[in-house]
Design a protein around this ligand. Structure first.
Ligand code: FAD
Ligand code: UQ1
Length: 441
């Protein structure tokens, strides 16, 4: 599969020479990476070192890089917002060229992308790592309600600090936490914040006056049974009510009322339910970015259509994708992107160098650290392809554990900055070998 035909640099340059009488010649790179987030930097840092200075460009519009997994802790008041971000200029490898713009169009037949300002950039190989778009406008009334009067979201750097601020203001009433029907990044994050809120209300001595309600559009609390059983027990023990098949469709910020559509096939299916709230944590619907969805590299759902093992595009062999914007049928997390990054780099470098080494295969590994309190965490690790748990440590990670909390709150944030973004962290498989040697892999 990897031996498929690749556009060469020479062909690329010739093509542009033909156009250059009317347009300025585009800048041209061996590898262009769209997106300087968790996945894009894990890939571009290694590639730029291996291929040499200015052979790799990273197209990234944001001047600030956020470590998004820390947002849950910020929303719960356990970390400061300042710990979550660094200037993009400091996290991009010095060997890579940062193009500080958004990609607006991908033209895989001419091996070019168009930037937001209309300039074109040519590539020999393209890695698409643009993440997934938050769709606050997808819920009626949400855009005007969010950030005010008790409505917040850990999903956006703009509103994450509002979560803790508004939680502290609650004195009584309903605290609602929602999960949409679309694919989302870190599918556990919508409920983690419910447990942190529960703990906060208990500490303030107001828990008996506040009802904590989790509303999910899905039919299960978590995709994998082992962890779903654990989370149902956590929710039960904390008196967090779990409302399945409830999809948030409207927020009335002035009246402080949230409306849900009932999904599934129960007696209430199709009906709407309106619930008053004092606090509302929204996980917005998410969708692929239009510039990907409207391109020739997208699948029917709008995600970059790649082979689930090799991460290579199904039609364009010089294109790869990683992370939340890819079609990879696993749960979208930084942990997954870390594991994908080593597979992508191995296969792409093989292709660039023309070696016939066997392709590396991604097994769907992903992980969701479900924070359940200040020193408690259920550390879900599994393959999204098989549903089988792949736990790193020797104990049962479905049990709440202080060690799992420490790993997630202290060790992983440091690993993210010092290793993942530098391309040297491809997940905990190396730790698993000695910490849980009897595990499947
Ligand atoms: P991102 O890291 O989102 O990066 C995408 C990049 O592309 C961004 O920098 C963006 O600016 C850029 N971009 C967007 N549009 C364009 C464009 N047009 N052109 C160029 N660039 C563009 N994961 C875990 O593993 N563990 C956790 O505990 C965890 N908790 C989470 C909690 C929350 C609240 C959130 C929001 C996420 C959490 N995640 C967690 C998920 C994790 O952050 C993402 O899955 C991960 O960042 C995906 O990496 P990515 O590179 O695909 O996308
Ligand atoms: C992980 O590898 C990772 O990437 C840095 C995360 O993002 C911050 C995670 O949240 C998790 C859980 C992992 C998996 C690592 C271990 C030790 C389970």
């Amino acid at each position: 599969m990897l031996a498929a035909k690749i556009a060469t640099r020479t062909a690329c340059h010739r093509h542009w020479a033909r156009l250059s009488s009317t347009a300025a010649a585009p800048s041209s790179y061996k590898v262009v990476v769209i997106g300087g987030g968790a996945g894009g930097l894990a890939v571009s840092s290694t590639l730029s070192k291996q291929l040499g200075k200015n052979e790799v460009a990273v197209v990234e519009p944001s001047a600030t890089h956020y470590q998004q997994p820390l947002f849950t802790f910020v929303g719960g008041g356990l970390k400061s917002f300042e710990e979550t971000y660094r200037p993009t200029s400091e996290v991009i490898a010095p060997e890579a060229q940062w193009i500080n713009q958004a990609a607006a169009q991908i033209d895989p037949d001419s091996n070019t992308i168009t930037l937001a300002d209309g300039t074109k950039v040519a590539y020999e190989y393209l890695v698409v790592a643009a993440g997934i778009e938050l769709d606050f406008a997808g819920i009626k009334g949400l855009k005007s309600a969010i950030g005010k009067n008790g409505v917040a979201s850990n999903y956006s750097p703009q509103y994450v600090q509002k979560t803790f601020e508004f939680l502290q203001n609650v004195k009584e009433g309903n605290a609602l936490f929602t999960m949409p029907a679309t694919p989302v990044k870190c599918a556990g994050a919508p409920q983690k914040i419910a447990y942190l809120a529960d703990e906060l209300f208990r500490e303030k001595g107001i828990r008996d006056k506040v009802a904590v309600n989790y509303y999910t559009a899905l039919g299960k609390i978590f995709a994998i049974d082992k962890y779903a059983n654990a989370m149902n027990e956590v929710a039960r023990s904390r008196d967090v009510s779990v409302n399945l098949f409830h999809d948030l469709i409207e927020v009335d910020g002035a009246a402080k009322r949230a409306t849900f559509k009932v999904l599934g096939s129960g007696p209430q299916t199709g009906e709407t339910v309106t619930v008053p709230y004092e606090f509302l944590h929204v996980t917005p619907p998410m969708k692929p970015f239009d510039f990907i969805k409207n391109s020739d590299i997208a699948n029917a759902a709008g995600f970059v259509d790649v082979d689930k093992g090799t991460l290579q595009h199904t039609k364009y062999p010089n294109i790869y994708s990683i992370g939340d914007c890819s079609s990879l049928p696993t749960s979208k997390t930084a942990a997954a992107a870390a594991a994908q990054s080593s597979v992508l780099k191995h296969n792409l470098l093989n292709q660039i160098r023309g070696t016939n080494a066997p392709a590396a295969e991604y097994n769907g590994y992903t992980s969701c650290p479900l924070v359940t309190g200040k020193n408690k965490l259920v550390l879900a690790e599994f393959s999204g392809y098989t549903g089988a748990p792949h736990e790193t440590f020797f104990f049962n990670q479905a049990k709440e554990h202080a060690f799992s909390y420490w790993v997630t709150a202290e060790a992983l944030p440091a690993i993210y900055w010092s290793s993942m973004l530098k391309g040297t962290w491809d997940g905990p498989a190396v730790i698993r070998k000695f910490a849980n040697p009897t595990s499947a892999n």
